[in-house]
Design a protein around this ligand. Structure first.
Ligand code: ATP
Length: 325
């Protein structure tokens, strides 16, 4: 009932009467009042005015299931929500939910991770209270070798979602979101598959929202929305915005099972577009000019001798010539 009441309160700038709520939800006015009290205890500022009704003044920065449910405008992305105050890793929670049959679009969100992970065994710093750690379960009916493109779909969706708060957002191919040359978001895609069949895909996203300090190792390369915008940002509306973009972009991806409908928008946000980058592979490190991505999500670069090359994300790290981007 909390979710429904929040939705009703949010649906108007004015007041909603207790009578109206109780009629619409088919519950007693006493039950409505009790739920409002509980919301107030959780930090929602709900004003109650005699003969007028209830009005929501301020919402707390929480990512509970009810808060997220009341904001979500999607059909499937983020419609089934698992919320954890603390968990090991939201990717692990989604993988397990996937194994247990959870529906496509299931979203796990945590306020803190004790074992946040990055690519190739790296860690993702995941302190409590000021960031978003979330993972989405996808069940695409595509060949397993196409699943890595979902990282690109998510990166574009996160960039477009967050772009509503901060305009100067860019993407560092394939999976980092950058603002002012620093990393704001990391994305980690993992798959459970047979040789020719995907069981499910987990796409995890870590967003630095209100952090003001970072551990020494990443202090030069990491940033947060708060540091870049100059004010705190509420997390739940941000998640809802990303889910909206994801639902739309995923459906465009599925039509062609490649990135032809998304690559122009993605390439336009590329931080290294038309700039020289260092490509750090297992066998060699070399410099080339980044051009954009192709319809499979590979990075197109032009080598110094003029030859074009396609870079597959699994194998390399890309750095700017003088630093991280
Ligand atoms: P790259 O391709 O740039 O080498 P990556 O994409 O493989 O890196 P990820 O797996 O996305 O890296 O993220 C892990 C790395 O991100 C860590 O090694 C660390 O340097 C950095 N990092 C960890 N936590 C955070 C954080 N909260 N904010 C920004 N950067 C972080």
């Amino acid at each position: 009932m909390k979710t429904e009441i929040l939705k009703l309160l949010r649906s108007t700038d004015g007041y909603v009467s207790g009578q109206q709520i109780s009629e619409q939800l088919g519950v007693s006015r006493a039950a409505v009042w009790k739920t409002i009290r509980r919301l107030q205890d959780e930090g929602y500022q709900v004003e109650a005015v005699r003969n007028k009704g209830y009005h929501i003044v301020e919402t707390p920065d929480v990512m509970t299931k009810e808060e997220l449910d009341s904001l979500m405008k999607t059909r499937w992305a983020g419609r089934n929500i698992l919320y954890y105050e603390t968990t090991d890793s939201t990717n692990l929670r989604i993988r397990q939910a996937g194994d247990e049959g959870a529906p496509h679009g299931t979203l796990a969100v945590a306020d803190r991770q004790t074992a946040g992970r990055g690519r190739r065994g790296r860690t993702w710093e995941s302190p409590a209270g000021n960031s978003i750690y979330m993972s989405v379960l996808l069940r695409p009916d595509i060949a397993p070798n196409k699943a890595s493109m979902l990282t690109i779909v998510m990166a574009l969706s996160v960039a477009e979602g967050i772009g509503q708060w901060i305009p100067m957002i860019q993407i560092k191919w394939p999976n980092d979101i950058i603002v002012n040359g620093k990393k704001l978001v990391g994305i980690l895609t993992e798959m459970s598959a047979q040789v020719d069949y995907i069981n499910h895909v987990t796409v995890g996203v870590g967003i630095n929202v209100n952090m003001t300090e970072f551990p020494e190792e990443i202090a030069d390369t990491a940033t947060s929305l708060r540091l870049e915008c100059g004010h705190t940002v509420k997390r739940a509306p941000l998640i809802a915005a990303v889910m909206e973009r994801l639902e739309e972009n995923y459906e465009i991806f599925l039509k062609t099972e490649d990135l032809s409908g998304l690559m122009d928008r993605y390439s336009a946000l590329l931080v290294n577009r038309d700039r020289d980058v260092r490509i750090i592979g297992e066998k060699e490190t070399y410099q080339a000019r980044a051009v954009g991505i192709d319809h499979t999500g590979e990075l197109l670069v032009r080598r110094e001798d003029g030859s074009m090359e396609k870079i597959y994300a699994g194998e390399v790290s890309v750095r700017g010539v003088y630093g991280y981007v």
